[in-house]
Ligand binder design. Structure first.
Ligand code: NDP
Length: 331
């Protein structure tokens, strides 16, 4: 069996040399445990943060040890009640072909109810992040103008559509290519979108939001947050979900420089972690699950196939913006 280990702590954008593919024996499950063979795994921006040796809200990855993260495995052996060989389970031990699980850390998923990728994306962690960030953290209300950055990614594609479906007056998205912009305004029904590489974000946003914005769903930080602060109407709210523009940077961020405006505009800028919003999970799965089933909420996935050894390039590609929607790896 194979697993991917952290070989070196990346400087800037990770390179393939920061990862090591290692051959290990298939692990043996103990009493009460499960052995699963992973079939699908997630690559996520937060994993970049865990590659640095800094204390954060999750422990850093250790050098020479396997990475981990969201995955779907098929049960191969089970000594746990309620789990049988062939069952598919959602768990946190990706980046390896086989994993031994404590059944308390495995959730059975139904492949007939939704494609497996949905449990890692639109109906899973990234979907819940979008739902909680928009509705609970930013306290979005019908009739408001919403701006979503990283809008063609896993979280962003759901955040913008939930805003539309919940009655936003106008939804604006930003992304890093013209194709992604066309996807946002075409397939996903955003009212406006711009390619942030085509000009100054503040100018592009001001043009797309002539009447200002009320809610900002921030996946990007930096210039995007500065632009949102400039475009905010009074009492605007930002859900600070992530700041991917700085994850690979080796120098201090230069924006936002206008945080002082938060006072006069009486803004709320609130950071959040999806793990604190588990109480929304059922409501989220019911509401978004219905929208997905009836086709009113669409989503994309970018699935890299070819096995575990392709995971590092899928991860690096995601950081470079090569994914549309949720980035996944098929094992
Ligand atoms: P995505 O699917 O959005 O993939 C990452 C995307 O980031 C890329 O496709 C790329 O798209 C964009 N990107 C890369 N570099 C830059 C840059 N310099 N400036 C602007 N955009 C860039 O990932 P997720 O949807 O999984 O995550 C989105 C955000 O949400 C991240 O910041 C992540 O950390 C955060 N997050 C936070 C959680 C929480 O609990 N707070 C939970 C889950 C995610 P493009 O082509 O548009 O540049």
């Amino acid at each position: 069996a194979r697993e991917i280990r952290l070989a070196a702590r990346p400087k800037g954008l990770p390179t393939p040399e920061d990862f090591e593919l290692a051959e290990v024996p298939v692990p043996r499950p103990g009493p009460g445990e499960l052995l699963v063979r992973n079939v699908l795994m997630s690559v996520d921006p937060y994993m970049r943060g865990r590659m640095n040796d800094v204390k954060s809200y999750v422990e850093p990855f250790r050098l020479g040890e396997p990475l981990d993260g969201g995955a779907i495995g098929e049960v191969v052996e089970s000594d746990a009640e309620g789990f049988a060989p062939g069952d598919k389970v959602l768990h946190g031990l990706g980046w390896r072909e086989y994993a031994v699980l404590d059944p308390r850390h495995a959730v059975k998923v139904d492949p007939d109810a939704a494609p497996l990728g949905a449990y890692l994306g639109v109906l899973g962690m990234t979907g819940l992040t979008a739902y909680a960030g928009l509705l609970e953290v930013a306290a979005f209300k019908e009739g408001e103008v919403v701006f979503v950055s990283g809008a063609a990614g896993a979280v962003g594609q759901v955040a913008g559509q939930v805003a539309k479906l919940r009655g936003a007056k106008r939804v604006i998205g930003s992304a890093g290519s013209d194709d992604k912009v066309a996807f946002l305004t075409g397939e996903l029904g955003f009212d406006a979108a711009f390619n942030y590489k085509s000009g100054k974000v503040a100018d592009l946003l001001a043009e797309a939001a002539p009447d200002g914005i009320d809610v900002y769903f921030d996946n990007v930080g930096g210039d995007h947050l500065e632009a949102a602060i400039a475009s905010f109407n009074d009492f605007g709210r930002a859900a600070l979900c992530g700041a991917i523009s700085v994850y690979n940077s080796t120098s201090a961020p230069t924006a936002p420089r206008n945080l002082g405006l938060a006072v006069g505009k009486r803004l709320t800028l609130r950071g959040f972690l999806v793990r604190d919003h588990g109480h929304l999970r059922e409501r989220f799965q019911r509401e978004v699950g219905r929208w997905v089933a009836e086709g009113s909420l669409r989503y994309r996935e970018t699935v890299t196939s070819g096995g575990l050894d392709k995971a590092p390039e899928a991860f690096i590609g995601m950081l470079r913006g090569e994914n549309l929607g949720k980035a996944l790896v098929e094992l």
